[in-house]
Design a protein around this ligand. Structure first.
Ligand SMILES: Nc1ncnc2c1ncn2[C@@H]1O[C@H](COP(=O)(O)OP(=O)(O)OP(=O)(O)O)[C@@H](O)[C@H]1O
Ligand code: SF4
Ligand SMILES: [Mg+2]
Length: 406
């Protein structure tokens, strides 16, 4: 596995600037144990706004009626309606409506992932976890913000430089079946990265593939099977083997066990943990299953509608949670011991659409503590220890900065 310095040197050498640095590359002096730092990352999707057919029909039929009685006026009205509908040319006030809206899937998140640790990212379906993960490893281009991997701002790299970084950051997808080429055998799927990066070919590639297949608990004869010939758990092992092929430092695990049944889940989780210990890997672990996150993760970030609501060590978030959303999420986790069960919190209200969400706190429509300020101002960052941060107007206590605890 390459060291931090060698990755930087390789990138800088590719940029033709040696270790003195390049104007295009941006480096960040990071704390020693931090592998990845994300600064104010945003990913907005452009959503075309469909024609409002009903309004168009009402306007069109009305102008037809006018046309029947007053030919000239009706003709002008019909022309205006058609122009407004198709938007050509621009004639205010008819077509002021934008043709594109922005879906704010990830809206200004900041986080740090420490070397050799497992960082959990949790939140309801559709809150932006997978989009955040894909933007972090640059499978999606961010709308704004920066991702520093081992000190390098990866969004400034050329595709050739990014190829070098990609060796060190991999992903295991939510749906292993959709992420594996159905026409390639397991052998070819795992060997593909060797070929792309010019690492090994022929017998050497096959030797490495068989080693990886064994590492993830598959048998050598599985190498020549196609993805549809595997069970769900075996397919996920195959996805993990592919992610490990280039000996990465950092892996995004996007709900790696959510499609598996309980008996297989335990085995895959054990494999993920064993590999992390053996190879010193760093994970971003995305999951819905909070009891699993509590056991596995060193740190946890709680996300809602594209924003981070609360973050801290697993103990901070699960034992001393501050945010009303975290409280509601955690209250839904089943607890085996009846003496430790807490009252379930059922959230009322609608989740606002991520397209043009309301100003202020994104949780305002469902929050039991909501007040006027929540509807106008973004919640402030408040620290409850040097590791525990929460974004809320109405949770008591807290300091403006983590510095207060040093
Ligand atoms: N390519 C895309 N184009 C437009 N919108 C998208 C795209 N990908 C995701 N979205 C939207 O972005 C939001 C976040 O999606 P994302 O897949 O990141 O959620 P998630 O938290 O991973 O959900 P789940 O837990 O169900 O996997 C959703 O509203 C989704 O519809
Ligand atoms: S800022 Fe207001 S709406 Fe948001 S979580 Fe806190 S109390 Fe609730
Ligand atoms: Mg997802």
């Amino acid at each position: 596995m390459s060291s931090d310095t060698s990755l930087k040197d390789k990138i800088l050498a590719q940029a033709g600037k040696g270790i003195l640095g390049s104007s295009r590359l941006r480096m960040k002096e990071m704390e020693k144990d931090v592998v990845l730092e994300i600064v104010n990352l945003r990913k907005f999707f452009e959503i075309p706004i469909p024609f409002e057919t009903t309004w168009f029909l009402i306007a069109f039929i009305s102008s037809l009626v006018v046309f029947a009685f007053q030919t000239m006026v009706g003709l002008i009205l019909m022309g205006a309606v058609i122009l407004a509908y198709f938007g050509l040319p621009y004639i205010p006030p008819f077509n002021k409506r934008p043709k594109i809206a922005y879906l704010k899937a990830v809206d200004g998140i900041a986080l740090k992932i420490k070397k050799g640790k497992i960082m959990g990212l949790v939140g309801e379906s559709g809150c932006g976890k997978s989009t955040a993960a894909k933007t972090i490893i640059r499978l999606l281009e961010p709308t704004s913000g920066a991702v520093y991997f081992q000190g390098i701002d990866i969004n400034r790299l050329t595709s050739e430089e990014m190829k070098e970084v990609r060796r060190h950051m991999q992903i295991v997808f939510q749906d292993p079946y959709a992420s594996l080429n159905p026409r390639a055998t397991a052998h070819d799927i795992i060997a593909e990265p060797f070929d792309i990066h010019g690492i090994a070919s022929g017998d050497e590639a096959s030797f490495r593939v068989l080693k990886l297949i064994k590492e993830v608990g598959l048998a050598p004869h599985h190498a020549y099977r196609y993805p549809h010939e595997f069970s769900g758990g075996q397919r996920q092992r195959l996805g993990i083997a592919r992610a490990l092929a280039l000996e990465p430092d950092f892996i995004v695990m996007d709900e790696p066990v959510s499609n598996l049944d309980v008996s297989v889940r335990a085995a895959i989780i054990q494999l993920i943990l064993d590999l992390q210990k053996k190879m010193g890997l760093t994970y971003l672990f995305i999951a819905h299953d909070l009891s699993l996150v509590k056991i596995l993760c060193d740190e946890v970030y709680v996300m809602y509608l594209g924003k981070i609501m609360e973050a801290g060590t697993s103990d901070d978030v699960f034992e001393d949670m501050k945010h009303p959303y975290t409280k509601a999420l955690i209250s839904a986790v089943p607890v085996a011991d009846p003496t430790k069960r807490s009252k379930k919190i059922f959230l009322q209200g609608e989740i606002p659409t991520p397209i043009n969400p309301p100003p202020g706190c994104k949780f305002q429509t469902r929050c039991p503590l909501v007040s006027d300020i929540c509807r106008v101002e973004d919640p402030p960052e408040k620290w409850y220890s040097k590791t525990h941060v929460c974004y809320c107007h109405n949770v008591e206590g807290g300091e403006d900065s983590s510095e207060a605890f040093y």
